[in-house]
Design a protein around this ligand. Sequence first.
Ligand SMILES: *Cc1c(COP(=O)(O)O)cnc(C)c1O
Length: 424
Amino acid sequence: MNENTIEKEKIAIVLNEQGVSPEQAIEMIAKELQGDGLIYYDLGSYTTVEMLPEADYVMQKCLGKNLINHHEYHKTTKIHQKLVHMIGNLLNSPKLDEPFGSSTTGSSEAIFLSILAAKWQWKKKGLQGNPNIVFCNNAHISWYKFSKFLEIDIREVPLEETHDFPLDNVLEQVNQNTIMVVAVLGCTQLGSCDPISLLNEALETINLENNWDVGIHVDAAIGGFIIPFQEEERNWDFKLSLVRSINLSGHKYGLVYPGLGWLLFRNESFFPHELNVTSHYLSGSSDSFTVSFSRSASHVMAQYFNFLHYGINGYRKVIRKCMHLTEKLTDLLVESDLFEICSDGSLPMIVFSLKDTVSFDEYVFTGKLREKNWMLPCYPLSQNGKTVMRIVIRNEMTIPMIRLLASDLIHAYNELTTPSDDDQ
Ligand SMILES: *Cc1c(COP(=O)(O)O)cnc(C)c1O
């Protein structure tokens, strides 16, 4: 069946006149979902597939609570506020500043809002010309999408062949109408982190020389909940003078199920208060600047559960374990001598390709692997168009699973290089 027939069938499907029992509904759903990929075999995904049963319990208790009803659920609102402060603290929000921000449905919504806020701040300056945004061509697709939605000129900087950040080319694109320069802490394709403190320093200089006021937004969707828990200190967050906003995905290494992101501003002054809309539909009033109005409190509470349960040490342990598994799997892949590793090993992910000498490509290879249930994404790198595959190491993964995966990777490779009986 091709996709068109599925589309046509969908149109003909209508809601049943009579319902079925809850048990029957469960059974029908389970049956219909058969054939879906298995979440534990989803190698490319950064999002959390499993939380503790206790976290599930907390979430279940809050499912029906609407996050927007600030007055009714003022304790929930208080916890949300507390989380913004905790994350602000984790991101070295300056002592005298009050961190300002909100949960979102993911980093995408946070990115949309960060561009919107920067555009409004720019508008207030009353400059001539169009607003523009500067980012490298490894930026997440949401940067392209929302810059377009918000009519911001995209000044895209192509990455060089090497892993080096093209600092000079980035600076060349900046002018007085640049609403922000975007830096990435863990790019989606390769897991590399931009040298944000170098960028900060260089921008400080050109701001001073030209009397501009261009700031940095850090897309820390992946790295935001990793880097603060690693031993090596990196200068990337609000410690840097020009970092004005940061997005993080609570549902990636914040270890919450899909549906949670965070947007933090250095302080309230970087957020145009005109965008903070107060509603009066509910008892009392609710301030909010997010896109969605109603949203379950579950995900926010799950984040709180994780913060309470893990604490800094617990998150450190999780990241350390993920890094250990990454090294282990990298070793097994290198030992096999069949693959080329492209990622730099600084984040819990492995980006790799087949060695050039084989007769099949990565698309055929990942197709073969799918026979063993593994879902391994395959895509061209922005740097050089080279096709790569990605394995994200997540919290629920274990050493036996890594071993099984390595053995299946090698097996799939060998099956493709050895002619099968049918071919002989
Ligand atoms: C995942 C990701 C996003 C999008 O975030 P969601 O949390 O999926 O909405 C944005 N930027 C980067 C670097 C990402 O990896």
